[in-house]
Design a protein around this ligand. Structure first.
Ligand code: ASP
Ligand code: MG
Length: 439
């Protein structure tokens, strides 16, 4: 069995939904199809919640009505038979009445979690009805029956595996199982979600739970590119990545894949394919356990980074200094991306500056502190094992002429990171593309 996931843009209009159904049925394999909400819907649901938090039910209702009208219009464009048009209209009526019911009572984060998950309920029901109208052997598996997080807000893999298997065993005779991305229950059984963009994560968890033959993530770009196409011309899709390379790229800026998504697939050794709904025959990117030896694969950038340098002569020949530094970041729940050290100082980079002033106050007790804001991490990813001689030289050679605040190499076998000023980002990305991929 395989897993296919389609994002918000891929199901963004009735026509796109029809294209998705065509892709789902391009072979007869049994599959679980994970859908996001139609693009714009989740944002709108957050907006509605915001009005309700602000105790403005009129504002919320206006948005709910606009949304309902739009969805009712989709019914005309998607279905052909009166029978299914009626079924879809009845479903939408019931759904929007349900959403409207939240404008009357108290509104807390529990209600918000329910409301923002309705986009996936809408899209999956509409597509399932369409599949059934077209005569396909499809059914809906409610994600809230099997997708669950534990007390640490981490996916409860054992529970997911057990419950999903039970659901499939109870509904054995279908070819196509449609389910919702993003939504789940928490350890207490309450409705929750896997955070914004979490449908990729849902797909990966489902693929791991059923040990799928592969997980296909369908978007509107032809795979992960070797550099950021928004800043660099002539980028190319990367045909294969190993799981570590893909995690680094997802974390350091390649927007196509949610950073947490790779982990479950990696643990279960299920390959992940990134494919393009607009160009279904393009090979896309395959993420698997295989490493292409000695190859630099791609470059990515992460913005809004802050670099902090602490120097102290107390660090000289002392132990325990780094622990004290790191503990301050831990206290303020701030994760560190890059670290470089010398005998008398350490530099770190962070992207969450919510608690920066408290962190700086504490650090000043340990040494002299300097801060550089508006920095950018440029990350080069590939098989960069230290025995592959010369790759770090190649990367830094490309960046000659650009001021570099920090360099980090050797943390993993797959990454060299450079910290540069935000204004040098575009130049740095272009220089790396020219030097690493185009020469
Ligand atoms: N619909 C959710 C969101 O927009 C989840 C997803 O699209 O992955 O964040
Ligand atoms: Mg989305």
């Amino acid at each position: 069995m395989k897993v296919m996931k389609f994002g918000g843009t891929s199901v963004g209009t009735p026509q796109r939904m029809k294209n998705v159904v065509e892709l789902i049925n391009s072979d007869n394999d049994q599959k679980i199809v994970v859908l996001s909400a139609m693009s714009g819907t989740t944002n709108m649901l957050y907006e509605i919640s915001d009005y309700l938090y602000k105790k403005n039910p009129v504002g919320a209702n206006e948005n709910i009505n606009t949304m309902e009208e739009k969805y009712q219009q989709h019914v005309e464009d998607l279905y052909t038979s009166d029978e299914y048009k009626q079924k879809a209209k009845d479903f939408l009526k019931q759904e929007f009445d349900y959403i409207r019911s939240f404008t009357k009572g108290v509104f807390t984060m529990f209600e918000e979690k329910i409301i923002v998950g309705q986009g996936e309920i809408l899209s999956t029901n509409m597509v399932t009805l369409y599949l059934q109208e077209q005569g396909f052997n499809a059914t809906l598996l409610p994600a809230l029956e099997f997708m669950r997080t534990d007390k640490n807000e981490e996916p409860d893999l054992e529970y997911i595996h057990e419950k999903l298997k039970a659901q499939l065993d109870e509904n054995p005779d279908y070819n196509i199982y449609i389910t919702q991305g993003f939504i789940c229950r928490n350890a207490y059984g309450e409705v929750d979600n896997l955070k914004r963009g979490g449908s990729d994560y849902s797909a990966s968890l489902i693929g791991a739970a059923i040990e799928a033959s592969e997980i296909q993530i369908w978007t509107d770009i032809d795979g992960m590119h070797n550099n950021d196409p928004r800043f660099v011309e002539g980028t190319q899709p990367v045909s294969s990545l190993n799981f570590e390379e893909a995690s680094e790229l997802a974390y350091f800026g390649a927007k196509i894949l949610h950073p947490t998504c790779v982990q479950p697939a990696k643990f279960a050794s299920v390959p992940v394919k990134l494919l393009n709904t607009m160009q279904p025959d393009a090979p896309g990117t395959v993420i698997s356990n295989k490493t292409e030896r000695g190859k630099i694969k791609a470059v990515a950038a992460k913005d809004d980074i802050c670099a902090i340098n602490i120097t102290s002569s107390r660090m000289l020949l002392a132990y325990g200094f780094l622990r004290k530094v790191f503990e301050i970041f831990e206290t303020y729940k701030t994760s560190i991306d890059m670290v470089t050290t010398s005998e008398v100082g350490v530099s770190v980079s962070i992207d969450n500056t919510t608690n920066l002033s408290q962190i700086l106050n504490e650090l000043k007790k340990l040494g002299t502190v300097k801060v550089d804001m508006n920095m950018c991490i440029i990350c080069v990813v590939g098989d960069l094992d230290w025995r592959n001689v010369g790759f770090e030289a190649l990367a830094s050679d490309a960046l000659k002429g650009i001021p570099i605040r920090m360099i980090s190499y050797g943390g993993s076998n797959h990454n060299i990171s450079f910290l540069v000023a935000a204004e040098d980002k575009k130049r740095a990305l272009q220089a790396l593309s020219n030097h690493l991929f185009n020469d």
